[in-house]
Ligand binder design. Structure first.
Ligand SMILES: [Ca+2]
Length: 472
């Protein structure tokens, strides 16, 4: 820590004393580890901008979303706390769900705002709005993003396949609701578009959402100066379904509509970096690019396109296996974070403590129960401080990782891959135990052959669950 403080001190001395780094956190939706060329040389999707960013970044190889699905990961990223410690024990919110973040709970946004930052969220919220049973979009959208620390918000309520289909701006609607749209009949194979039926805003098109979010984020960045530090939390709507690349990206990949949509995400990432550079903000901005869970990529998609969206990790989005939560993560801070790879264990709940450390404004004692900072690891290349991680699937199945070992409380994927739940039979294992260094793809369950390890890991998992926090 002394070395880290000295390094931060040395860094600060090259700037005016009051200068803190800016933060841009780009959270792709359902983008897999194997989509980026930087992670998967055999990717069927060209991702030149993200690959270039990877060459300029610390590229994490053992980073995980705290959940296999959207809402709990977003809660965890902003609050630094595993979502299952709160009221959402499985699944995700819908477009009309009430606010999930508890009133008064500190978030990365509120912490940075209290320390002089301009804070903005552009993108898919998916953390609930208002405190009734069902969001009334005719009334002010509070509590909402502006009540958990953001000065400004622009985006949509939940996933792009969940109504209402309307842009929100701060505490209201950008345009009025003007009718309804039926469920898309196009499914995965025939095209990009699946969405549920529901309310539709004036002028809203699904295809238009990602370009509008890009425009809004670039607009925010273009208005920033070196005078005030800023935090842009930019949760994208892609490449989640509906897969709706705009015409310029169609046919750019060899992985169908999905791959073309990833190409659009790649271009968007490039535009963020270009804007920072053009504004002269590049050197003092930490850009984090990651994904909220593994890709929703089925065996038939692999067969059709020969593309491994989750590389060779077992399973997919929602699952307790690595494909559910092992995600790409790049941290770029020119001149401060040396490019290269990192084997450090990282959970997206750690982003809060990490940004706070890099800004020199450590978290207080309250909140951020599962946020362990990697600031020193990034700047001074010391070993990461996180030694274990609690995994959680969409159906609420728990896993626990320490070192090379990973234990799972139960049989099955706990998520989208069949079978989701297997009933143990007499005399057979009741859970799963894998040694990820010897068996990274979770093919050999060692529950029966290493019973002591399984028992010990489960006891640790249970203790951390009951403790209410894992931050020391
Ligand atoms: Ca997601």
């Amino acid at each position: 820590m002394v070395l880290f403080s000295m390094l931060l001190g040395a860094m600060a001395s090259t700037h005016a004393p009051s200068v803190k780094p800016n933060f841009v956190v780009i959270l792709a939706d359902d983008m897999g580890w194997g989509d980026l060329g930087a992670y998967n040389a055999a990717s069927r999707i060209p991702t030149p901008r993200m690959d270039q960013m990877a060459r300029e970044s610390r590229r994490f190889l053992d980073a995980h979303s705290p959940s296999g699905v959207c809402t709990p990961t977003r809660y965890g990223l902003l609050t630094g706390r595993y979502s299952w410690r709160g009221k959402l024990k499985s699944g995700v919110l819908q477009g009309y769900s009430p606010a999930l973040i508890e009133p008064g709970r500190p978030t990365l946004a509120s912490h940075l705002k209290a320390n002089g930052y301009s804070t903005c969220c552009v993108g898919k919220w998916h953390l609930g709005l208002q405190d009734g049973e069902k969001t009334d979009f005719a009334k002010p959208l509070t509590p909402g993003p502006l009540d958990v620390g953001f000065d400004r918000y622009f985006g949509i309520s939940a996933s792009l396949d969940m109504p209402p289909y309307v842009f929100l701006e701060n505490r209201g609607l950008k345009t009025p609701l003007a009718g309804t749209i039926g469920a898309s009949k196009m499914r995965r194979e025939g095209g990009g578009g699946f969405w549920r039926a529901g309310a539709l805003g004036e002028g809203f098109t699904h295809e238009g959402v990602l370009p509008e979010l890009q425009k809004q984020a670039i607009g925010y960045l273009s208005a920033q100066t070196k005078e005030q530090p800023f935090f842009l939390y930019f949760p994208l709507t892609g490449p989640h379904t509906p897969w709706m690349p705009t015409p310029e990206f169609r046919g750019k990949s060899q992985a169908g509509w999905y791959g073309d949509f990833v190409c659009q995400v790649d271009s968007l990432v490039g535009s963020v970096l270009d804007t920072l550079k053009a504004r002269g903000l590049d050197d003092n901005t930490v850009v984090i690019l990651t994904s909220d869970n593994g890709a929703h990529w089925l065996a038939k998609d692999i067969a059709q396109f020969g593309h491994l969206s989750n590389a060779s990790w077992r399973g997919q989005k929602a699952d307790i296996h690595e494909g559910g939560h092992r995600i790409p993560m790049l941290v770029r801070w020119p001149g401060k974070v040396a490019p290269g790879t990192s084997d450090a264990l990282f959970c997206l709940t750690d982003i809060a403590a990490t940004c706070s450390e890099l800004a020199g404004i450590p978290l207080g004692a309250e909140g951020f129960e599962d946020s362990i900072g990697a600031g020193e690891h990034l700047v001074a290349q010391t070993p990461g401080k996180r030694t274990s991680i609690m995994h959680h699937s969409s159906q609420g199945m728990f896993g626990y990782r320490r070192g090379a070992w990973k234990v799972v409380e139960g049989l099955g994927s706990g998520g989208f891959t069949a079978p989701a739940r297997e009933i143990p039979t007499a005399g057979n294992p009741t859970g799963q135990l894998y040694h990820l260094r010897e068996d990274p793809f979770e093919t050999r369950n060692r529950w029966a052959s290493d019973p002591g390890t399984a028992r010990g890991m489960l006891a640790e998992l249970d203790a951390l669950r009951k403790a209410g926090r894992s931050r020391p």
